[in-house]
Design a protein around this ligand. Structure first.
Ligand code: CDT
Length: 307
């Protein structure tokens, strides 16, 4: 017996400031239809997939940025995506900026089943970048101004015949992200990202963006015996070049599919969830080999404490 999810990673090319939500939803629907034609059960879209990556601009009054956020999901503009999913019998995962009724702002991702119903919501935990305007930068990365970090942590949900978890962009660089989900038996982690190639605090990392992207997702997959689906919004958006290289990684840590462009592009793979057990039951048999009694620092402290 094998448990197969055919998953599509629906990479997006840039979304410019003047592009309407309606035009973006049309692009998402076109990718969803490609996914259906390829036999996908589930199609994964990037982080903040409905708009340009607006944290690259700072505004003094955050309410003037409210138009970048979604107040409901589905919304009138996104409803056609949900309707198409139900019509095609294909689920999806979508990242967007969320503004709650009580004024909280999250970087959010939802998992939608094949019948168009929302089965899970994840709000980004690791918020990178800066809180204040930094005028000397060529572009801002003010996620810490626009989003609060979620206190809900990392969920794993029974969906698509397996155990599915979610993370968003910078979360993928932190081993704790994968491990918390690994401890909940995750079999497939879905991750949207927007990664500028130019890393302003240390430009020597620019040429390593692709390497680091693969490194963290491949090691997270292998060390936790899980599939990882990483999906970019890539290309030159408002003058900022962003990494593509969307990929589907097996529990072995091997890349089984990778995007070739930085445009709208669907890649897909037939993912056998039972492959996870080969790693979870042997080298990474957590119950047998982990030593939580000596891992206390991991949850007890945030930064480095020197003796
Ligand atoms: N969106 C997001 O989290 N991007 C970060 C960029 C680096 S921090 C400025 C990332 O980890 O890819």
């Amino acid at each position: 017996m094998s448990r197969i999810i055919t998953v599509g990673a629906a990479q997006l090319g840039p979304i410019q400031k003047e592009h309407t939500r309606e035009s973006v939803v049309e692009r998402l629907i076109a990718l969803l239809r490609q996914g259906a034609a390829a036999g996908c059960d589930l199609v994964v879209f990037p982080e903040l997939a409905l708009t340009t990556f607006f944290p690259r601009w700072f505004v003094d009054d955050i309410t003037t940025a409210d138009h970048w956020y979604e107040r409901s999901m589905p919304s009138p503009v996104t409803q056609p995506l949900f309707d198409t999913a139900r019509e095609l019998g294909v689920g999806f995962c979508l990242g967007y900026a969320e503004l709650t009724d009580d004024g909280h702002r999250f970087n959010t991702q939802i998992l939608v089943e094949k019948d168009g119903s929302v089965v899970a919501k994840y709000r980004k935990v690791h918020i990178p970048g800066h809180e204040h305007h930094e005028p000397d930068r060529p572009f801002q990365h003010a996620e810490r101004y626009y989003f609060e970090p979620s206190m809900e942590g990392f969920g794993v949900w029974k969906a698509f015949g397996g155990r599915v978890g979610m993370m968003i962009c910078n979360d993928r660089r932190w081993p704790e992200t994968y491990r918390v989900m690994g401890l909940k038996g995750v079999e497939m982690i879905l991750c949207g990202y927007n990664t500028p190639i130019h890393y302003v605090p240390d430009p020597s990392q620019d040429i390593l963006q692709g390497f680091h992207n693969a490194l963290v997702m491949q090691s997270g997959a292998y060390q936790n015996g899980t599939w990882v689906v990483g999906v970019a919004k890539g290309g030159v958006e408002e003058g900022v070049d962003s990494l593509g290289q969307s990929m589907i990684v097996a529990p072995s840590g091997q890349i089984v599919a990778q995007a070739l462009t930085t445009d709208d592009e669907l890649i897909f793979a037939r993912c056998d969830l039972d492959w996870c057990a080969r790693y979870k039951g042997t080298l990474f048999d957590f119950d047998r080999y982990r030593r939580p009694e000596v891992y206390g620092n991991i949850t007890a402290q945030r930064g480095v404490i020197l003796d």
